[in-house]
Design a protein. Structure first.
Length: 576
């Protein structure tokens, strides 16, 4: 037993030595592994951290590109959207002694209610509270004169729209209340990437106390400013057309409306107005975001009797009818449980196709549709571009719906011939009428004349032909018929002295929320002048008019005012 104990004691030093060796080996291995990680695996990470401790990087923001109106006569350009320095008022509530007094004193200066300001000022532990953006120098000086503690100002570059609400639905706005400040709606959203530009950066070396090292290295990546976007919109025409629309909406107690003026020989948009509109400088003050929507491109409606011009053109193109073709108008047509009647509940007897348009006879439009046939009619409608977006450079454009023409049943073809059961945008209707008057060419619309890069490169927009829905011969025939509508039909209020004008009115029912139609109507007129060689196409539309039963008393006078102005503005020689 003694010998065994002795041997056990002799082994202990050796065991300890082995244990120490293992621990030492593990320690050394850990150091080597750590060095390997620092110098090889995570080398870039720690270099970046080291550089971060000895340098700082500053983001260099680019200047957002400006947007311009054009002038179709002088060729000048006018700023529609630019950048301007404003002041932001902020509060440091923890430094404010009498928040109630401050709220009452500054409220009238910044056009706010004292009651809404007080909860934001009365936060004893709050170190920062934004109060009001886009203050002028005069407002800042007025607040400074009050000498209140706890108020401060900061300069900020923000988007500014010199023309206010004119063209707000075209331009959209820049959301300066958000961190990314991106464009929303209209041109600002569609051309966000081009207008925003690319940010740069500045990196400087600093000493251990964080101060810039004067002789240290500087790394600069210059920002690239945004592109300039020049619109096809003629500032003078836009001002006149939008002003006329606003007056018409007020006069006829309409809920809203739209006006489009375009060049029928290129698809160039000359004016585009929406009502109600909004001021992009004050985009947050609208009652509903519906005000942001461009009524001409992002709103659909049943076009009503204006679509009879398209129906007749399809009939002429397919040689199903001629202007002199006659039919017997009995005042109504039955399709099973459905009865189609003329708007005035009349039976006109034997009528020509020209008289169908002059008197806007629903039964006559149905006659043309039956003569063409459903398949050819649907094909003709699609050739005019209906059912899909036209492709204008504006965010939010939609395409309308002609799917009823795919349904079984004669009633769907019948109602489509006079513009019911299908929907379009005002822009689609204006483009279709342009094709009626220009020889049968359907153009892709465009609202941007050109884009100018910071380096001076100019990217010009060229007209694009989408198709030829009708022949030049059909264009001549339908133009003559639409000229007769203005000269001797229900659309006489659209006549402009000294000129031949072609066009068609429409009084369309508004679909009800639960199906069927409500008692509201949409009044519209689409026309072009002079008929011989149109200088322009104008669409006017008034929504839910209260003062007039038919478009003749509301939309036609609006068209006449704008057309009369344009003929003088472009110095068009009289044609009669």
């Amino acid at each position: 037993m003694e010998k065994r104990r002795s041997r056990s004691k002799e082994k202990r030093p050796a065991d300890r030595l082995t244990l120490v060796s293992v621990v030492f080996f593990i320690f050394v291995f850990g150091i080597v592994a750590r060095l390997f990680s620092l110098q090889v695996i995570d080398h870039k990470t720690y270099v970046a951290k080291a550089q971060g401790q000895h340098g700082s990087e500053q983001l260099l923001l680019p200047e957002r590109g400006e947007i311009y109106w054009s002038d179709g006569v002088s060729g000048e350009e006018f700023v529609a959207a630019t950048n301007k320095t404003f002041w932001r008022l902020y509060a440091v509530p923890e430094d404010i002694y009498n928040p109630k007094r401050i709220a009452e004193e500054i409220a009238p200066i910044i056009a706010e209610e004292a009651e809404s300001l007080l909860p934001r000022l009365d936060k004893p532990k709050d170190p920062y509270e934004p109060i009001k953006d886009r203050l002028s120098d005069a407002q800042v000086q007025a607040i400074k004169a009050l000498q209140f503690n706890g108020l401060g100002f900061r300069k900020e570059s923000q988007r500014f729209y010199p023309e206010g609400s004119m063209g707000g639905s075209i331009l959209g706005f820049v959301n300066w209340a958000s961190d990314d400040r991106k464009g929303q709606y209209g041109i600002e959203q569609y051309f966000e990437k081009e207008l925003a530009g690319n940010a740069g950066s500045l990196r400087v070396q600093r000493d251990v106390q964080g101060r810039p090292i004067i002789v240290g290295e500087r790394f600069v990546s210059n920002p690239i400013d945004g592109d300039k976007v020049i619109l096809t919109i003629d500032r003078t025409v836009q001002f006149t057309a939008c002003g006329a629309l606003t007056k018409a909406v007020e006069k006829h107690s309409a809920e809203g409306g739209s006006v489009i003026v375009l060049d029928p020989h290129s698809g160039k948009i000359i004016a585009m107005c929406s009502a109600p509109g909004f001021n992009p400088n004050e985009y947050g003050q609208v009652e509903t975001t519906d005000s942001y929507i461009n009524q001409a491109t992002a709103h659909t409606y049943e076009p009503g009797s204006t679509f009879k011009a398209i129906t007749m053109a399809i009939g002429l193109e397919n040689e199903a009818v001629t202007p002199e073709t006659t039919y017997e108008d009995e005042g109504k047509i039955k399709y099973g449980p459905y009865t189609i009647k003329n708007a005035l509940q009349t039976a006109e007897g034997v009528q020509t196709m020209t008289q169908v348009l002059q008197k806007s006879l629903n039964t006559g439009a149905v006659y043309v549709g039956d003569a063409v046939g459903k398949e050819l009619f649907r094909e003709g409608v699609k050739k005019f571009g209906f059912g899909e977006a036209a492709g204008v450079e504006l965010a939010g454009e939609i395409g309308g719906d002609i799917s009823s023409l795919d349904k079984r049943g004669e009633i769907f073809l019948a109602t489509a011939t006079f513009g019911q059961g299908i929907t379009t945008t005002p822009l689609q209707m204006a483009l279709a009428f342009a094709a009626l008057g220009n020889g049968g060419v359907l153009y892709k619309p465009y609202i941007v004349d050109y884009v100018r890069k910071p380096d001076g490169e100019k990217i010009q927009t060229e007209p694009v032909v989408v198709g030829n829905p009708i022949s030049p011969r059909t264009s001549l025939l339908i133009s003559g018929m639409l000229g007769a509508v203005v000269e001797g039909g229900y659309s006489g209020q659209a006549r402009v002295e000294g000129y031949h004008v072609a066009g068609k009115s429409g009084t369309a029912q508004v679909a009800g929320e639960g199906g069927g139609y409500s008692g509201d109507t949409i009044h519209s007129f689409i026309g072009y002048a002079p008929v011989e060689n149109p200088e322009f196409v104008i669409l006017v539309k008034l929504d839910k008019v209260k003062t007039s039963r038919f478009a003749q008393g509301s939309a036609l006078p609006l068209f006449k005012d704008i057309a009369g102005f344009l003929l003088k503005y472009y110095k068009v020689e009289p044609t009669k």
